[in-house]
Write a protein of this length. Structure first.
Length: 505
């Protein structure tokens, strides 16, 4: 049975023959007059006319002086029809042009070619190009798996996603939708008067979330920097600087473990809106979800994890304390830890010695959340559950935080932002004390941000969304939801055998 090395050696032999014929197997210039989609959809207008189409060879069939080659571009596949006598015999051919059909045997699946000829339909009714000239654009040295069944190992698919995208069309389309997701977020905000500002990835101190940061070193300043865990604090500095509607889309980094819903590196977006409060923010996000889902998936109704979700309808609102009271009979503001632990045990939820009231109440809420389809907003979160959020004027025991509950999960977060510099400093100091006690995820003291608040930041609403939302509605895990997930570095034995002179260790 032929091995990858055998296939590669045969292609290297063909490459040498191609070069000996004076053909450049890797020319710099390619030409295109139409793509496959246009040739098929505009067949009536293009029939008999000359077109030029580049693409990757998917299949080759050769019958004596007749050959059929199927090529694929970004949109679809198209057949090339090659027949002796129909092709141009130019003695002064370009240095990448093949003589046909004699030199077709030098081609393999995976090669890139450029075909020029007239648009026809074959006797079987298939739209094709009757090829006059064929240029080699790239000689591939390794064969693609012939079918998607031949490339199903999950780790190999993630390590060689460029193969996965070629043989699994659904995977290729997934990352087109991922692009549309972020394009739609951007378009929605720009239409509403927001401006996009790229904020730093490297920060002296990093904040805006409870997460363990990555650390790097900048030689030019001889100082350590952190990779950002959030876009929040630089964007709010822009609000303090006089901008009223700002957002940023880009990567953030959290030095934590992988899961089906989390990656240490992922794309996120945050926006901040001056003179807006959390009620305005909820209305804005409802509109944004409807817009983004329509642009990304072409619909606003979904069946997710056993729930039917409809983003065309107004969202419901769930009052945190009322939900706990209705489901467990507990008053979250006056109950004891013994009351909470009793309810945890009654509902067969884990009870730990380390449990406190906030942790226990959160466990009770999550049991309710798992049965909630939504879309809904969880509002009036108790201050002890969200200690860094701005309190409600009419009930200082609760905060102005809004969390989207969809198909049993909390997907996004928004707040009326804290703009009291003294309150913010005190909360930073509380977090700093937690860091000193060994909590690597507690937030750092950012004195420059406090100074900005002392100059004044207007009332502001903030909101954040990560690509976890896309994975959620795409129905894939985090690693399947990104083109190139981080994996442990590894060189396989086949590659080592192909390049014996390289010391991979």
């Amino acid at each position: 049975m032929a091995t990858l090395k055998d296939f590669r050696d045969e292609r290297l032999r063909k490459l040498a023959e191609i070069r000996s014929l004076g053909i450049n197997p890797y020319p710099a210039v390619a030409r295109r007059t139409h793509d496959t989609e246009a040739i098929k959809s505009q067949f009536v207008e293009l029939e008999g006319k000359t077109v030029t189409l580049p693409g990757r060879i998917v299949s080759i069939r050769k019958f004596g002086k007749l050959a059929f080659i199927v090529i694929k571009d970004d949109g679809d596949t198209l057949q090339l029809f090659i027949k002796e006598g129909n092709t141009d015999e130019n003695p002064n051919r370009s240095n990448s042009e093949l003589r046909m059909p004699d030199e077709i045997g030098l081609l393999d699946t995976g090669d890139f070619v450029e075909a020029t000829g007239s648009v026809i339909k074959t006797q079987t009714g298939e739209v094709s190009i009757d090829v006059k000239t064929l240029r080699l654009l790239t000689k591939a040295l390794r064969p693609m798996p012939s079918t998607q069944e031949g490339f199903t190992d999950k780790e190999q698919r993630q390590r060689r996603r460029y193969i996965d995208m070629n043989v699994n069309e659904d995977v290729r389309q997934r990352y087109i939708r991922r692009s549309k997701f972020w394009q739609a977020c951007r378009e929605f905000l720009i239409q509403d008067g927001f401006i996009e500002v790229n904020t730093p990835v490297l920060e002296h101190t990093t904040g805006g979330a409870d997460a363990n940061p990555f650390i790097t070193h900048m030689d030019a300043l001889d100082q350590d920097f952190y990779l950002r865990i959030s876009h929040e604090l630089p964007l709010k500095r822009l609000i303090g600087g006089g901008y009223e509607r700002v957002f940023d889309i880009g990567p953030r980094f959290r030095n934590e473990n992988y899961s089906d819903e989390h990656l240490p590196e992922h794309i996120a977006m945050e926006w901040y809106w001056a003179y807006a409060d959390w009620n305005m923010g909820m209305e804005q996000v409802e509109k944004m979800f409807k817009f983004v889902m329509e642009r990304t998936f072409g619909m606003t109704t979904f069946s997710v994890r056993g729930f039917d979700i409809d983003f065309s309808k107004p969202w419901t609102k769930l009052d945190y304390a009322q939900v706990i009271k209705d489901n467990y009979g507990l008053d979250v503001f006056s109950c004891t830890i013994e009351d909470v632990q009793a309810k945890l045990a009654e509902h067969k939820l884990e009870v730990e010695k380390a449990d406190n009231i906030p942790r226990g109440i959160d466990k009770l809420w999550k049991k309710v959340r798992a049965t909630t389809g939504g879309p809904a907003w969880l509002i009036n979160t108790p201050l002890f559950v969200s200690p860094l959020a701005k309190v409600n004027d009419d009930n200082p025991n609760t905060v102005q935080r809004f969390q989207a509950v969809i198909a049993g999960s909390e997907l996004v977060n928004g707040y009326s932002e804290l703009n009291d510099p003294i309150d913010q400093l005190n909360r930073f100091l509380e977090q700093e004390a937690l860091r000193d006690d060994g909590d690597a995820e507690a937030q750092m003291l950012d004195i420059d941000y406090v100074e900005m608040l002392e100059y004044g930041m207007p009332p502001t609403c903030g909101f954040g969304i990560s690509e976890r939302v896309f994975w959620f509605f795409e129905g894939v895990t985090a690693r399947e939801g990104v083109p190139f997930p981080q994996l442990r570095a590894e060189i396989d034995e086949v590659t080592k055998s192909i390049y014996p002179d390289i010391k991979f260790d």
